[in-house]
Design a protein around this ligand. Structure first.
Ligand SMILES: [Zn+2]
Length: 180
Protein backbone atom coordinates (compact mmCIF):
# COMPACT_ATOMS: atom_id res chain seq x y z
CA UNK A 1 0.00 0.00 0.00
CA UNK A 2 2.76 2.41 1.02
CA UNK A 3 4.93 1.26 -1.87
CA UNK A 4 2.10 1.97 -4.30
CA UNK A 5 1.67 5.42 -2.79
CA UNK A 6 5.38 6.20 -3.16
CA UNK A 7 5.27 4.97 -6.74
CA UNK A 8 2.34 7.27 -7.39
CA UNK A 9 4.30 10.19 -5.92
CA UNK A 10 7.20 9.49 -8.25
CA UNK A 11 4.84 9.90 -11.18
CA UNK A 12 3.70 13.29 -9.93
CA UNK A 13 6.89 15.12 -9.10
CA UNK A 14 10.57 14.90 -8.35
CA UNK A 15 11.83 13.04 -5.29
CA UNK A 16 11.42 15.12 -2.20
CA UNK A 17 13.70 14.28 0.71
CA UNK A 18 11.47 16.08 3.19
CA UNK A 19 8.49 14.10 1.96
CA UNK A 20 10.30 10.83 2.67
CA UNK A 21 11.26 12.10 6.11
CA UNK A 22 7.57 12.70 6.79
CA UNK A 23 6.78 9.17 5.61
CA UNK A 24 9.46 7.78 7.92
CA UNK A 25 8.08 9.81 10.80
CA UNK A 26 4.53 8.49 10.32
CA UNK A 27 5.81 4.95 9.74
CA UNK A 28 7.57 5.06 13.13
CA UNK A 29 5.01 7.16 15.02
CA UNK A 30 3.11 4.19 16.56
CA UNK A 31 6.30 3.25 18.44
CA UNK A 32 6.33 6.67 20.11
CA UNK A 33 4.46 4.83 22.87
CA UNK A 34 7.89 3.71 24.14
CA UNK A 35 8.40 7.32 25.23
CA UNK A 36 5.44 7.23 27.63
CA UNK A 37 6.92 4.26 29.47
CA UNK A 38 10.47 5.52 29.15
CA UNK A 39 9.87 8.23 31.71
CA UNK A 40 8.25 5.79 34.15
CA UNK A 41 11.38 3.56 34.05
CA UNK A 42 9.80 0.81 31.90
CA UNK A 43 9.76 1.67 28.15
CA UNK A 44 7.61 -1.39 27.39
CA UNK A 45 4.82 -0.47 29.80
CA UNK A 46 2.57 1.32 27.26
CA UNK A 47 3.84 -0.39 24.11
CA UNK A 48 1.19 -1.69 21.67
CA UNK A 49 -1.60 0.41 23.09
CA UNK A 50 -3.65 3.17 21.40
CA UNK A 51 -0.84 4.39 19.09
CA UNK A 52 -1.07 0.96 17.42
CA UNK A 53 -4.71 1.46 16.38
CA UNK A 54 -6.08 2.38 12.97
CA UNK A 55 -7.92 5.37 14.47
CA UNK A 56 -4.67 6.86 15.80
CA UNK A 57 -2.67 6.42 12.60
CA UNK A 58 -5.54 7.72 10.45
CA UNK A 59 -5.98 10.88 12.57
CA UNK A 60 -2.19 11.43 12.81
CA UNK A 61 -1.71 10.85 9.08
CA UNK A 62 -4.61 13.17 8.24
CA UNK A 63 -3.20 15.96 10.40
CA UNK A 64 0.27 15.38 8.95
CA UNK A 65 -1.14 15.44 5.44
CA UNK A 66 -2.90 18.76 6.03
CA UNK A 67 0.23 20.33 7.56
CA UNK A 68 2.53 19.00 4.83
CA UNK A 69 0.15 19.96 2.00
CA UNK A 70 -0.29 23.52 3.28
CA UNK A 71 3.45 23.89 3.84
CA UNK A 72 4.64 22.37 0.55
CA UNK A 73 1.64 23.29 -1.61
CA UNK A 74 0.79 19.63 -2.20
CA UNK A 75 -2.52 17.82 -2.53
CA UNK A 76 -4.03 17.25 0.96
CA UNK A 77 -5.74 13.97 0.03
CA UNK A 78 -2.62 12.58 -1.59
CA UNK A 79 -0.27 13.54 1.27
CA UNK A 80 -2.70 12.32 3.94
CA UNK A 81 -3.24 9.01 2.12
CA UNK A 82 0.51 8.33 2.07
CA UNK A 83 1.09 9.24 5.72
CA UNK A 84 -1.94 7.18 6.77
CA UNK A 85 -0.61 4.26 4.68
CA UNK A 86 2.75 4.53 6.44
CA UNK A 87 1.07 4.25 9.86
CA UNK A 88 -1.27 1.44 8.81
CA UNK A 89 1.69 -0.48 7.35
CA UNK A 90 3.42 -0.28 10.75
CA UNK A 91 0.37 -1.59 12.62
CA UNK A 92 -0.17 -4.43 10.13
CA UNK A 93 3.51 -5.45 10.27
CA UNK A 94 3.34 -5.50 14.08
CA UNK A 95 0.27 -7.76 13.89
CA UNK A 96 2.35 -10.11 11.73
CA UNK A 97 5.21 -10.25 14.26
CA UNK A 98 5.80 -12.52 17.26
CA UNK A 99 4.59 -10.88 20.48
CA UNK A 100 5.69 -12.37 23.81
CA UNK A 101 3.84 -9.94 26.07
CA UNK A 102 0.16 -10.17 26.86
CA UNK A 103 -2.15 -8.94 25.49
CA UNK A 104 -0.77 -10.21 22.18
CA UNK A 105 -0.99 -8.06 19.04
CA UNK A 106 -2.37 -4.55 18.58
CA UNK A 107 -5.67 -2.90 19.58
CA UNK A 108 -6.40 -2.00 15.95
CA UNK A 109 -10.07 -1.16 16.58
CA UNK A 110 -9.44 1.24 19.51
CA UNK A 111 -11.42 3.20 20.74
CA UNK A 112 -14.38 1.26 19.34
CA UNK A 113 -13.02 -2.11 20.41
CA UNK A 114 -10.52 -3.05 23.12
CA UNK A 115 -9.73 -6.34 21.36
CA UNK A 116 -6.08 -7.04 20.55
CA UNK A 117 -5.45 -8.57 17.14
CA UNK A 118 -2.54 -10.73 16.04
CA UNK A 119 -2.20 -12.72 12.85
CA UNK A 120 -2.55 -16.51 13.18
CA UNK A 121 0.44 -16.71 10.82
CA UNK A 122 3.44 -14.74 12.06
CA UNK A 123 5.93 -13.67 9.40
CA UNK A 124 8.28 -11.62 11.56
CA UNK A 125 10.26 -12.18 14.73
CA UNK A 126 9.93 -10.09 17.88
CA UNK A 127 12.48 -7.48 18.95
CA UNK A 128 13.99 -8.15 22.37
CA UNK A 129 14.59 -5.09 24.55
CA UNK A 130 15.13 -4.31 28.17
CA UNK A 131 12.32 -3.11 30.42
CA UNK A 132 14.79 -0.82 32.14
CA UNK A 133 15.02 2.68 30.63
CA UNK A 134 18.77 2.93 31.29
CA UNK A 135 19.44 -0.36 29.46
CA UNK A 136 16.82 0.04 26.72
CA UNK A 137 18.99 1.29 23.83
CA UNK A 138 22.03 -0.96 24.47
CA UNK A 139 19.68 -3.96 24.77
CA UNK A 140 18.47 -3.47 21.20
CA UNK A 141 21.84 -4.51 19.78
CA UNK A 142 21.98 -8.31 19.86
CA UNK A 143 22.02 -11.26 17.47
CA UNK A 144 18.31 -12.02 17.94
CA UNK A 145 17.32 -8.50 16.82
CA UNK A 146 19.80 -8.59 13.95
CA UNK A 147 18.09 -11.78 12.79
CA UNK A 148 14.65 -10.16 13.20
CA UNK A 149 15.68 -7.18 11.05
CA UNK A 150 17.21 -9.52 8.47
CA UNK A 151 13.93 -11.44 8.15
CA UNK A 152 11.99 -8.19 7.68
CA UNK A 153 14.43 -7.04 5.01
CA UNK A 154 14.24 -10.43 3.31
CA UNK A 155 10.43 -10.20 3.11
CA UNK A 156 10.18 -6.48 2.30
CA UNK A 157 13.14 -5.99 -0.03
CA UNK A 158 11.42 -7.65 -3.03
CA UNK A 159 8.55 -5.15 -2.62
CA UNK A 160 10.96 -2.19 -2.47
CA UNK A 161 12.94 -3.58 -5.38
CA UNK A 162 9.77 -3.89 -7.47
CA UNK A 163 8.80 -0.30 -6.64
CA UNK A 164 12.29 0.89 -7.52
CA UNK A 165 12.14 -0.93 -10.88
CA UNK A 166 8.69 0.49 -11.63
CA UNK A 167 9.89 4.00 -10.75
CA UNK A 168 12.86 3.61 -13.03
CA UNK A 169 10.70 2.45 -15.91
CA UNK A 170 8.15 5.26 -15.43
CA UNK A 171 11.04 7.74 -15.21
CA UNK A 172 12.45 6.49 -18.52
CA UNK A 173 9.01 6.69 -20.09
CA UNK A 174 8.54 10.29 -18.91
CA UNK A 175 11.99 11.26 -20.22
CA UNK A 176 11.21 9.63 -23.57
CA UNK A 177 7.86 11.44 -23.81
CA UNK A 178 9.41 14.79 -22.89
CA UNK A 179 11.99 14.35 -25.70
CA UNK A 180 9.29 13.70 -28.30
ZN1 LIG B 1 5.13 -0.89 16.65
Amino acid sequence: MLAAAILCKSQRSRDDFLFYLFILFFALLPDSDFLFGFFTGDPNRYHHLFTHSFAFVVIAGLLGGVIYAKWRDENIIFSSAIFISAGISHVILDCLAVDRREPFGCPIGWPFSQKFVISPVLLFSDVTRSSDSSLFFPSLFNMHNLQAVSIELFVLMPVLFTVWMLRKSTGYRKTAISKM
